[in-house]
Design a protein around this ligand. Structure first.
Ligand code: ADP
Length: 482
């Protein structure tokens, strides 16, 4: 098939979270399976300097954005088999220190930046000579794409327009803006109503995608069900229930080319389920790197996370206050809400010999933590899919997770399968419940035989992208009526 993806972040060019990993892996594995793949993404600051093989593409965009016209250039890169990236160069919009916000404040012109991005995507989809059959957008940033395609198909002669697929990675981020911003789409107001692009008197970029895409997907089967309920629907559950027949949950995969423990440029001591000596050595080097006492006998807990309410950070802080009285170590790598960053710094000052807090975004350190830790904490309030628990499984670092979304779909508790547990689950959203799960982990750590069995089970769990990419192809084929 011929597939054009549209994502506001793609690893290794740009990343704030799991979307970047997913978009990169989806493109790579679709290409590897023999499909023709394009990926449209903004050219952010520093990308051209880091990737010297970027080529200028003979394509000049000059598109209306409300009352103005905005020009952009396109650069391409072919990083893997059958895959072409199309970077949109529009420096006033994308050449900024961050992707969406600075110091926890959204860029005020985000609607303009991403409505424009959607227009560039639609333009490429329409005129690229290889004629994509499927246009697959991601999250609110590409939310307007399906409507632009639909409108051009029904009113502007694009009779062979591609079918549109839209993926929701996190319903909590909706790209809602004042109704007036709808004029930036240059579309007639006929689409701006309660069953379309309007959301309680505002214009919603994500809801536009939900209302007008041919097919909708989200990133785990459990989240696909959760988001149709008022509890997890973030106000969009009604819109999603209306599209229930077109909504599919597809669990994200893991790109094991990158996230593995045997051939990994960030790790000094390769290891596998059969030979775990390297893991013990990674733990020792991590303790040394983070200036923690070099103790193999103490269980090392870790979290790598955006510091946001969604991730259950209040639970984590509450449980740690209690658990740090025990003989454990804790490592955090994260950035986000300033008050939460401050709370972790405070924790570190209280327990300097037991905690290491790194307020940073650091890809290499994230691999070293996954490898060196014994347990990984993800007490999320909600979690559409979650990638770190799947990375942790492969690294033999047992995940401790709340039973929500993709966390519930990917981790096996001993109460579910006595023979093949891979981690520890808890359900109640409370620090007390998380502390209880941590106590179970400490007890497990004290039973080496059982702990090793968990580890081996975890490392064998397989979430390869080949399977996930195949599932998307089936959805595309259904959507495209092939
Ligand atoms: P979300 O997309 O909600 O943030 P996911 O678990 O789906 O959560 O994906 C998070 C991704 O971002 C993972 O690849 C994780 O390793 C990475 N990540 C998050 N915070 C950091 C950080 N501070 N440094 C490095 N990587 C991080």
């Amino acid at each position: 098939m011929r597939i054009l993806l549209a994502s506001s972040e793609v690893h290794p060019y740009s990343k704030t979270g799991g979307l970047a990993d997913m978009a990169a892996a989806l493109a790579k594995f679709l290409g590897r399976a023999g499909h023709r793949v394009g990926v449209v993404t903004p050219l952010y600051r520093g990308v051209a300097e880091r990737f010297a093989s970027l080529q200028h593409f003979d394509w000049h965009l000059d598109l209306p954005l409300g009352a103005q016209r905005v020009r952009a250039e396109v650069f391409t890169l072919e990083p893997s088999e059958n895959v072409t990236f199309y970077f949109i160069k529009q420096p006033p919009f994308y050449d900024r220190p961050c992707l969406y916000n600075e110091r926890d404040l959204d860029y005020p012109d985000n609607p303009a930046r991403f409505i424009y991005f959607a227009k560039c995507v639609a333009n490429l989809a329409r005129y690229l000579p290889w004629k994509p059959q499927i246009l697959h957008g991601h999250d609110w940033q590409a939310g307007v794409v399906p409507l632009l395609v639909l409108h051009q198909k029904t009113h502007e002669g694009w009779w062979d327009a591609p079918r549109t697929c839209h993926t929701i990675h996190n319903l909590a981020y909706q790209g809602n803006c004042p109704l007036g911003d709808y004029t930036l789409t240059n579309l007639p107001p006929t689409y701006l109503h309660a069953h379309g692009a309007e959301f309680y008197g505002r214009f919603s970029l994500l809801k536009t995608g939900i209302a007008f895409a041919d097919v909708l997907t989200t990133v785990s089967p459990r989240y696909a069900i959760e988001i149709t309920t008022p509890r997890h629907g973030c106000g969009l559950d009604g819109a999603l229930r209306a599209r229930r027949q077109s909504l599919v949950g597809v669990l994200n995969g893991v790109d094991y080319d990158e996230w593995n423990t045997e051939h990994n440029r960030y790790l000094k001591h390769p290891y596998s389920a059969r030979n775990l000596q390297g893991k013990a050595a990674e733990k020792a080097s991590l303790q040394q790197e983070l200036r923690l006492p070099p103790r193999p006998d103490v269980p090392l807990f870790a979290a790598i996370t955006r510091l946001a309410h969604q991730k259950g950070i209040d639970l984590l802080l509450g449980a740690l206050m209690e658990m740090l009285a025990s003989d454990i170590q804790f490592v955090l790598l994260g950035t986000g809400q300033p008050s939460l960053e401050h709370a972790f710094r405070h924790l570190a000052s209280r327990y300097p010999h037991k905690t290491a807090i790194r307020i940073a975004f650091d890809q290499g350190l994230s691999h070293r933590i996954e490898a060196g830790a014994d347990f990984f904490l993800m007490p999320s309030a909600f979690e559409p899919c979650g990638l770190n628990q799947m990375y942790s499984l492969r690294y033999g670092t047992l995940p401790i997770v709340r039973t929500t979304g993709g966390l519930d779909d990917t981790v096996v508790d001993i109460s579910e399968d006595r023979k093949h547990p891979t981690g520890i689950k808890f359900t109640e959203y409370s620090a007390r419940a998380l502390a209880k799960a941590v106590r179970k982990a400490i007890a497990l750590y004290e039973c080496p035989g059982l702990f090793q069995r968990y580890r081996r089970n975890a490392m064998k769990a397989d979430f390869s992208w080949q399977r996930t990419a195949q599932r998307y192809v089936e959805i595309y084929e259904r959507g495209a009526g092939v």
